[in-house]
Write a protein that binds this ligand. Structure first.
Ligand code: ADP
Ligand SMILES: Cc1ncc(COP(=O)(O)OP(=O)(O)O)c(N)n1
Length: 509
């Protein structure tokens, strides 16, 4: 069924939203934005706008089948996204058709992403028990399901998750029970970041995160994410990469949602914002969110390191961990000195206190952790450690640059730490280490560091801002090299991907 070397054909099977923000209409825009050719078979018609749904009309199941046959008898389908399905008859008809085309196409079968639209924004269930069971049967014919938090609870027959760890645990059970990939989505939780995680039936987790954007215009984000995921997968053949691409695109579409003026309720995201550059001026964006997105490749490189993966599952060799700790101890002693230097240069008392306090707690808390494990045997600095420290010291006469250079050590550690914490348990060999970087205190201090650098950036002129970004990006690359320096990621060590240096171009203004 797949179309070699051509634009990929993506079929959305979903409900219609006449206001254009969700359903089929969102899917077609998302597929186009992700670089696919969009097709649509309509499973239900809704009367809705940005304030809510007022009526639903469901055409007979046989008519959906007629649409599906018309498309599949003529056109090669590379991926399918499924959205709103109104009742058990429709779901079972679709299941029969999917089974048929997947059997006929064998290994060339289209990938299928199912967004189980089950719970209205009000919290009411949109599917009765019979339809919910039919939906569970449909899982046998799909590759990925993308429930939001309330849908995860209904499908998993459990309580609604109150935090990310609970959501991931529910997604793990669901993936194992139905032998399907589950994309857990954190949009309905609270907090500074929106995390999504793709979880395989054997529990392997690939996580992406983006800043939580302050907008009411998030109507149709689930439809849009699942359509983009199906399209990027059809194009590249890798689910993790497709998720990374879909998330990056959706974050931009949400960030630019307020450029549209559609309706008085929850408006749509700006699916095609990138296409319109030059047609309308882009509004000012949070520069630090932009920095964070711009180092997404570096952050992904860190997640893929054997060192990080083994630290997470506890299989990291003790010798590799000790090597890392030795370098970390060396690094932190000098890092504390550089923070003291930032405190000297700080233009406000508040900033002076922040850096001085961070230097002190870095020495106290971190060194306790290191000493406990290293028994005071500190090695010679490695090339990666020396290079990182030289980079920090090079900025030590320029406060804005120094503040920007110091930030990745907070931010990336906190980000990585959150993912490591998901795997932590009392018997984990590195439990205390995993706990340190995922604490509420570390979240708080990281948020304050980000806010501080945002303030410095706001006061800086154009060339200083550009220098701040370069310092931030360079520190992020040093973070990657620092994590990559143990034997676990040495060339020829097996599954290590080694160090990558992401080339990121960011217009700074
Ligand atoms: N305010 C927001 N800022 C950034 N991303 C968001 C925001 N709200 C939702 N998202 C993202 O939109 C996608 C859809 O998430 P979610 O709201 O959980 O699902 P659904 O739209 O199906 O209810 C996820 O990638 C989520 O992280
Ligand atoms: C026709 C139709 N299909 C799906 C939805 C729900 O959209 P979704 O993206 O899952 O949810 P929100 O992001 O809008 O919460 C819909 N409204 N209409």
């Amino acid at each position: 069924m797949s179309t070699p070397n051509t634009v990929k054909n993506i079929l959305s099977i979903a409900g219609s939203d006449p206001s254009g923000g969700a359903g089929i209409q969102a899917d077609l825009k998302s597929i186009a934005a992700a670089g696919g050719y969009g097709m649509a078979a309509i499973s239900a018609l809704t009367a809705q706008n940005t304030r809510g749904v007022s009526a639903v009309h469901v055409p007979p199941a046989g008519f959906l089948l007629a649409q599906l046959r018309a498309v599949s008898e003529d056109i090669a389908i590379d991926a399918i996204k499924i959205g709103m399905l109104a009742n058990a008859a429709v779901i079972d008809e679709l299941g029969g058709w999917l089974a048929g085309i997947r059997t006929a196409a064998g290994s060339d079968a289209p990938a299928v992403v199912l967004d189980p639209v089950m719970v209205a924004t009000s919290g009411d269930s949109l599917l009765d028990a019979e339809a919910t069971n039919a939906l569970r049967r449909l899982f046998a014919h799909v590759d990925v399901i993308t429930p939001n938090i309330p849908e995860l609870a209904v499908l998993g027959r459990g309580p609604v998750a109150g935090n990310w760890e609970q959501a991931v645990a529910q997604a793990r059970s669901l993936a194992a029970e139905y032998q399907v990939l589950v994309l857990a989505k954190g949009g309905h939780l609270e907090g500074e970041t929106c995390r999504d995680a793709l979880i395989s039936p054997d529990g392997v987790l690939f996580e992406v995160a983006s800043p939580r954007l302050a907008t009411a215009n998030t109507h149709g984000t689930g439809c849009s994410l699942s359509s983009a995921l199906a399209t990027f997968y059809a194009r590249g053949g890798d689910w993790a990469q497709a998720l990374r691409q879909a998330k990056a695109w959706l974050s931009e579409a949400i960030a630019r949602a307020d450029e549209l003026a559609v309706g008085g309720g929850h408006g749509p995201v700006n699916h095609l914002a990138a296409l319109w550059d030059g047609v309308r001026p882009a509004p000012a964006r949070d520069p630090l969110a932009h920095w964070w997105e711009a180092i997404a490749g570096i952050r992904a490189g860190i997640d893929e390191l054997a060192f990080i993966r083994r630290l997470k599952d506890g299989s990291l060799a003790p010798a590799d961990f000790e090597d890392y700790l030795g370098q970390d101890a060396l690094y932190l002693r000098s890092y504390a000195r550089v923070m003291s230097r930032a405190s000297e240069l700080a233009p406000t008392t508040e900033e002076q206190r922040f850096w001085a306090g961070s230097a002190a707690s870095c020495l106290e808390e971190e060194m306790t952790l290191h000493r406990g494990r290293l028994a005071d045997q500190v090695p010679e600095p490695s090339n990666a450690t020396t290079a990182y420290l030289n980079h920090l010291r090079a900025g030590s006469d320029d406060y804005p640059v120094l503040a920007a250079a110091l930030l990745p050590c907070f931010w990336i550690y906190q980000d990585v730490g959150k993912r490591l914490a998901v795997a932590n348990h009392p018997a984990h060999p590195y439990a205390d280490w995993l706990a340190t970087y995922s604490s509420v205190q570390f979240d708080d201090v990281t948020a304050r560091a980000i806010e501080l650098v945002r303030g410095v950036h706001a006061r800086a002129d154009g060339s200083t801002r550009a220098a701040m970004w370069r310092a931030f990006e360079a520190s992020s690359v040093h973070e990657l090299d620092f994590f990559a320096q143990t034997a676990a990621d040495a060339p020829g060590a097996g599954d290590g991907v080694g160090s990558i240096t992401a080339g990121v171009a960011l217009p700074v203004g």
